[in-house]
Design a protein around this ligand. Structure first.
Ligand code: C5P
Length: 218
């Protein structure tokens, strides 16, 4: 029997990397919900719409197609935006649009539809607390801000993206603060979530640890 797995945590804690590897191992599908908020921010910024203009943004979302392909590529209205949505500007924009209640409502609905058939590993900020409240396994992935900034920095360089460690650290801290203090669905560990601190663990060690938690629930 397949179950649903929720992975939440602050920015750059390794959620997507870990979720992707676990999905491969378990033959589950991985859904990166942050990419959906990023797509909305990217589109809204490109259209020159104010990032807090909720009615206009909702109109835009209703006519927006977001496709998260199994190979990890992301398509926005049929166009590939996998790397374009990873800039600092879009990261902060995603955090801004994600504060809006109606934006969350629309995206959460889409996410719940995608998880209906089970066998999904979904990562984000509110998966265990809101989107998949009944997920059989809920992980809260954390790491120190320094460790997270350094990881994202290395990842950017590997992808050939521009990266400035100091700017990245500030952006991550600002986004964490905003995501944890917003009114609607703030980032927090679900009461029945299991915290895994990855500061001193390798990717393989984290995958093994979470896999053990999952196996104990099957
Ligand atoms: O996970 P990622 O860093 O790509 O997410 C970008 C932003 O989208 C986060 O900083 C957060 O504000 C927002 N987000 C959210 N709820 C989710 C996933 C992401 O509010 N489930």
């Amino acid at each position: 029997m397949k179950i649903n797995i929720a992975i939440d945590g602050p920015s750059a804690a390794g959620k997507s990397t870990i979720a992707k590897l676990l999905a491969k191992k378990l033959n589950y599908s991985h859904l990166d919900t942050g990419a959906m908020y990023r797509c909305v921010a990217y589109k809204v910024l490109n259209m020159g719409i104010q990032i807090d203009d909720e009615p206009k943004i909702i109109d835009v979302i209703k006519n927006t197609d977001i496709e998260l392909r199994p190979d990890g590529t992301i398509y926005l209205d049929g166009q590939q935006v996998t790397n374009e949505i990873r800039t600092n500007e879009v990261s902060m924009g995603a955090s801004d649009v994600s504060k809006l209640e109606q934006v969350r409502k629309e995206l959460v609905h889409r996410q719940q539809e995608m998880a209906k058939s089970k066998g999904v590993i979904m990562d984000g900020r509110d998966i265990g607390t809101v989107v998949l409240k009944d997920a059989e396994v809920k992980i809260f992935l954390t790491a120190s801000a320094e460790a997270r900034a350094l990881r994202r920095h290395k990842e950017n360089l590997e992808k050939g993206l521009e990266s400035n460690l100091e700017e990245l650290t500030k952006e991550i801290e600002a986004r964490d603060y905003q995501d944890s203090h917003r009114e609607h669905s703030p980032l927090k560990k679900a009461d029945d979530g299991i915290e895994v601190d990855t500061s001193n663990l390798s990717i393989d060690e984290v995958v093994t640890k979470i896999d053990e938690i999952i196996q104990s629930k099957l």
